[in-house]
Ligand binder design. Structure first.
Ligand code: ATP
Length: 364
């Protein structure tokens, strides 16, 4: 069993508390991605699991072992870094087997393990090459193979794809996902790229300022973000936010948009709206959840820029002075400088408390 349990984990650099108090349970065989903006502490958390960074408090358990004060080599974890960290003067086989050789293992055992790992990451034809004779993707595969030969309890990945170009990143994403399926290993992966997080993870942990904002499977994060931060961070292009008010309608609670139009929200919001009549709220609506309309538009988007992406167009501008993006079909003929009339899809809108920024879903 290689579940990882972080309990009350803390990290300070001098007087700065980077991670104030982190609790996270990662299940055996789970693929967990830590995601968040630059500086939120995700790499520090990963390095503490690896033992490369000393914690300032709390405990780290791997399986039934408390590894908090064990040195990295005794934790049975393997880390794959962003910059590959390969030895330039060694060929692929020597790079993959380096750790085993350093531990004094027998040459036959090393050769067998290297061949197996190289096969898994499709490097078996390139074992004699030096790192400089490899592409970025192949180098990253060497780094992954080097982690594989250690047969670790937990794989740790620190932004392993950020040095690759966009196409290769997508290919390697698929390979890492496949690797996880085949190995059935516990993996903890750090990235600042929410698309990478959403496509790789069984569970995404969204971090901000050293704290967990929400930890959930990708679909839950997209459909039921717990607060404005997660709502704005997950999804590309980002969710739009408009200040609205709760109002009384003939058939139950409604939302009054800035220009006065009333929208009927899903029933899951009714109780929260009833107790917040006339109070300001934040409505979130994703670019893909607005539709162009004609008469009495609930939302008017002043178009400043249009991105034509083939399958659809993005109308980018402002609604009531706040930034707003709408995704419309490719046949849409709107032009920059014009006003676009839009209607939000009521079934896909999100509502948040304007003070706490927490979702009102299911709240009273
Ligand atoms: P990025 O995506 O930019 O790598 P991150 O979320 O991984 O960001 P960390 O690298 O964990 O962030 O850093 C968190 C904070 O801790 C940052 O503000 C960083 O400047 C600070 N920090 C990290 N290492 C040290 C250190 N050795 N000494 C002082 N401050 C540090």
């Amino acid at each position: 069993m290689a579940n990882v349990t972080l309990s009350g984990l803390k990290k300070s650099f001098g007087a700065v508390h980077i991670i104030p108090d982190l609790d996270l349970e990662i299940a055996d065989k789970e693929f967990v991605v830590l995601v968040g903006p630059s500086g939120c502490g995700k790499t520090t958390a990963l390095r503490m699991i690896a033992g490369l960074e000393e914690s300032s408090g709390g405990t780290i358990r791997i399986g039934d072992r408390d590894v908090t004060s064990l040195r990295p080599g005794l934790r049975n974890v393997a880390m794959v870094f962003q910059n590959y960290a390969l030895y330039p003067h060694m060929n692929v086989a020597a790079n993959i087997g380096y750790g085993m050789k350093a531990r004094g293992e027998k040459p036959e055992a090393i050769q067998k393990a290297v061949a197996k790992a190289a096969r898994i990451v499709a490097l078996d034809k390139l074992l004699e090459r030096r790192p400089k004779e490899l592409s970025g993707g192949q180098r990253q595969r060497v780094a992954i193979a080097r982690a594989l030969v250690r047969d670790p309890d937990v794989f740790l990945f620190d932004e392993p794809l950020s040095n690759l170009d966009a196409k290769l990143r997508v290919e390697m994403r698929t390979e890492i996902r496949k690797l996880h399926r085949e190995l059935q290993a516990t993996m903890v992966y750090v990235t600042h790229d929410q698309v990478e997080a959403m496509t790789l993870a069984d569970r995404v942990v969204v971090m901000n300022g050293g704290r967990i904002e929400q930890a959930a499977d990708p679909l839950t994060l997209y459909t039921r973000p717990a607060n404005v931060f997660v709502a704005g961070f997950i999804g590309a292009p980002s969710m739009n936010f408009v200040t609205v008010k709760a109002a009384n309608g003939p058939d139950g609670p409604m939302i009054r948009l800035p220009e006065g139009a009333l929208v009927s929200p899903p029933a899951a919001f009714h109780a929260a709206l009833r107790s917040r009549l006339d109070q300001p709220l934040i409505m979130g609506i994703r670019p893909e959840h607005v539709v162009p309309c004609s008469d009495n538009p609930p939302l008017r988007l002043m178009i400043e820029n249009i991105e034509t992406l083939g399958s659809h167009r993005l109308l980018i501008g402002t609604v009531e002075g706040a930034p707003f993006t709408a995704q419309v079909p490719s046949g849409n003929t709107a032009k920059e400088g014009q006003m676009a009339a839009l209607s939000p899809d009521p079934q896909n809108l999100h509502l948040f408390d304007a003070t706490t920024t927490l979702s009102l879903l299911g709240q009273a």
